[in-house]
Design a protein around this ligand. Structure first.
Ligand SMILES: [Zn+2]
Length: 315
């Protein structure tokens, strides 16, 4: 089995950052905030976050903050959305810079997106998805503001999206999908509600995601893809069933998706690399305790030392 090309991946992430003048260049225009989170978290897991100009990141990030609503946009000048607000909060948690946040305004923005049935809209336009429940619960938890929403209703809404196969969908009746399961199990974990999950049933569905090539897919009949290493494994860890996966085969699959010359990880062997799959590949290896990587928290998707600093030190 090959080994993780740590130096190459660090160089790859930094090179993507420098393609334009600033950190903004990480990925597609509207997803820049997500790209910044994927890139920075990867660097931190590889023990190299110090190689980034943090002041530059913070100054760009704060220029994506919408003072009127309190939410963050994906890049400068666009409308705020919960998905980008989550990434911004994750980046500031990682860099230990909550001091630049107006926590009151941001938590009001997030709490204001909760609907009467307990669900969350992603933004003012109202699309509802259990992904947004995770984003909201994550942000409010890490900012110590969960009391601003009706947690019981939020949990009940997520449970209303649970399927007979043990998985979860985007809305009630929606098909089970590994990404959605991560969001629902993560939100239930953060709110201390995992007792509502049938661990054996869900664990079985998740383990069925391992393909003959060792990689994991997102739902039945699909090809394996490195990004599901994160969504499936983190969910299995949260419900204490990760030992049902063949970790060495999955490790080999992820390592086979590396570009060992120029760095970066792709969705499948020999495909083009991107920051998204580089992050999920490294995060998956971290969940499997690959040597030399910082351990990552399966619910918060941040290095465990960051989560511990936030919850076990005075805020
Ligand atoms: Zn993918």
């Amino acid at each position: 089995m090959g080994e993780l090309k740590v130096d190459k991946h660090v160089q790859y992430i930094l090179s993507v950052e420098k393609k334009k003048d600033s950190f903004e260049a990480l990925v597609m225009e509207h997803l820049r905030m997500n790209g910044a989170y994927w890139g920075l978290t990867t660097l931190d897991l590889l023990q190299n976050v110090a190689s980034v100009d943090q002041e530059e990141v913070i100054s760009w990030l704060m220029s994506c903050w919408d003072r009127e609503s309190g939410g963050f946009a994906g890049t400068i000048g666009l409308d705020p959305h919960l998905l980008y607000t989550l990434s911004a909060v994750q980046i500031l948690a990682l860099l230990n810079r909550f001091d630049v946040l107006d926590i009151e305004m941001i938590s009001e923005y997030v709490a204001g997106l909760q609907n009467e049935d307990g669900s969350f809209s992603g933004d003012m336009w109202g699309e509802i998805d259990t992904r947004f429940s995770y984003c909201a619960i994550f942000c409010l938890s890490i900012l110590h503001c969960l009391d601003k929403i009706n947690v019981g209703k939020a949990v009940n809404y997520i449970l209303s999206c649970k399927n007979l196969d043990g998985g979860f969908g985007a809305t009630p009746g929606g098909e089970s999908h590994a990404g959605q399961i991560f969001c629902c199990v993560g939100a239930l974990s953060i709110t201390g509600s995992l007792h509502h999950v049938d661990r054996d049933l869900l664990g079985w569905w998740l383990c069925e995601r391992q393909c003959p090539d060792g990689g994991l897919n997102g739902r039945p009949e699909k090809l394996a893809d490195v990004c599901y290493s994160w969504w499936v494994l983190s969910s299995l860890i949260m419900i204490d069933r990760v030992h049902w996966i063949d970790k060495s085969k999955l490790t080999e699959y992820i390592l086979n998706c590396q570009d060992s010359e120029n760095g970066g990880i792709s969705d499948r062997p020999d495909n083009a690399v991107d920051v998204f799959h580089t992050y999920f590949g490294v995060a998956g290896l971290s969940l499997m305790e690959y040597p030399g990587l910082k351990p990552i928290d399966p619910a918060y998707a941040l290095p465990i030392d960051v989560v511990n600093r936030i919850f076990f030190s005075k805020f």
